[in-house]
Design a protein around this ligand. Sequence first.
Ligand SMILES: Nc1ncnc2c1ncn2[C@@H]1O[C@H](COP(=O)(O)OP(=O)(O)OP(=O)(O)O)[C@@H](O)[C@H]1O
Ligand SMILES: [Mg+2]
Length: 237
Amino acid sequence: MKLIQTGIPGLDVLFKGGIRKGASLLFAGAPGTGKSVAALQFLCHGAQHGEPGLLITSEESKANLSEYAATLGWDLAAYEQQKRLFIVEYPLTQGRILSLETPLALIKKHKIQRVSLDSLTLFKYQFTEETSLRKEILQFLASMKSAGVTVVATAEQSIPSVDHMRYLDEAFLFEGLIILRRVRKGASFERVLNIEKMRGQPHVLNIYPLLIEKGGMKVLTEEVPFSLVEQQVRSRK
Ligand SMILES: Nc1ncnc2c1ncn2[C@@H]1O[C@H](COP(=O)(O)OP(=O)(O)OP(=O)(O)O)[C@@H](O)[C@H]1O
Ligand SMILES: [Mg+2]
């Protein structure tokens, strides 16, 4: 089984090397929890290691995206120039339908191995009925699988608390699901992550703290989230 590194330090350790080539992984979380960073990091890691990637994004402009990536230490323009990264924009404001023609043509032409879709809202915009939304996402995932690429997608999801989970319908369509959250720690918040599922692969079920800084996201696999441990201690008192 060939494993593809997510490029997120720590996460690949939790996956025991990476995710299966051709798998689909969804990062879900509230605003600002790190979904876009994770999706970009997956592609930048590929670009740095000879695995060309494609970003399908609803960002308003490539310039914004490049500026954002630069703060994390990634030079998107250089990757694009070297044909290690391709970006297809579908601004939500223009109401364009997410057509698979362009992405599939790029994948074939440039031997793209990684695709990030940020975010699934791109499908939601067009399809209001739940059934057709699921169908569109399934079709997307099926065509990516037959093209042999590994997919990382993001989904906006408000998560009430660590103990109360409301799953998105879309989450069932992906082979892997990672939940990103912020948990209150005193007068601040701590970022945490856990792997909810990864079909066909062993993984841990613990919750880990994570950092977002220059260089991207990093999972602290040797640490426990103090915010949660403190809550547990408090509730025992
Ligand atoms: N260069 C950076 N240095 C430090 N922290 C950063 C940097 N860039 C982003 N962050 C932090 O990472 C957070 C997550 O950003 P990200 O864009 O991935 O969130 P998101 O989950 O995609 O949010 P949204 O749902 O609004 O799109 C930011 O809110 C910020 O706190
Ligand atoms: Mg985002």
